[in-house]
Design a protein around this ligand. Structure first.
Ligand SMILES: [Cu+2]
Length: 147
């Protein structure tokens, strides 16, 4: 019976650590710069990962024809002329996965010119440390009870 209660408490503590809102952002927002090369019909890199709150600076470089970049969910875009670059700056204030795509009709495969922006929560590090500490505590407590 005692074991069941402590197991329940342990699981509840784990849920709190994993899901309770933290009072402060765990990682200070950073400025993240990406240079994306745009060409028919792809971006490289095509996947960007940032933390919520980061200031994202995308330098779009077009290496053949006119290309653009439009970020779904954020509704922002920029276009770059051939051989030129254009800069798009925004604060990643919405967490989640967003598709970005070319907003200039640039050829036959234009609709497939897409990429992905992932805006992650910025507190995974603290949560994982908390869960690891709880796991160690749990193992210690259950060992003591068996003796
Ligand atoms: Cu394009």
């Amino acid at each position: 019976m005692r074991f069941r209660i402590s197991l329940l408490l342990f699981v509840m503590a784990g849920l709190v650590v994993a899901f309770a809102p933290l009072p402060v952002p765990a990682i200070a927002p950073q400025e993240r710069t990406f240079q994306i090369d745009a060409h028919q019909f792809a971006y490289s890199p095509s996947e960007l990962k940032v933390n919520e709150g980061d200031t994202v600076i995308i330098q779009l470089v077009s290496s053949d024809v006119v290309h653009g970049i439009y970020v779904d969910g954020y509704d922002i875009s920029v276009e770059a002329d051939p051989g030129q670059s254009a800069i798009l700056t925004f604060v990643a204030d919405k967490p989640g996965s967003f598709r970005f795509r070319c907003n200039v009709t640039c050829g036959a495969m234009h609709p497939f010119m897409i990429g992905k922006l992932t805006v992650g929560p910025n507190n995974w590090l603290y949560r994982s440390i908390g869960l690891a500490a709880l796991a160690v505590l749990g193992v210690t407590v259950s060992r003591k009870q068996k003796v």
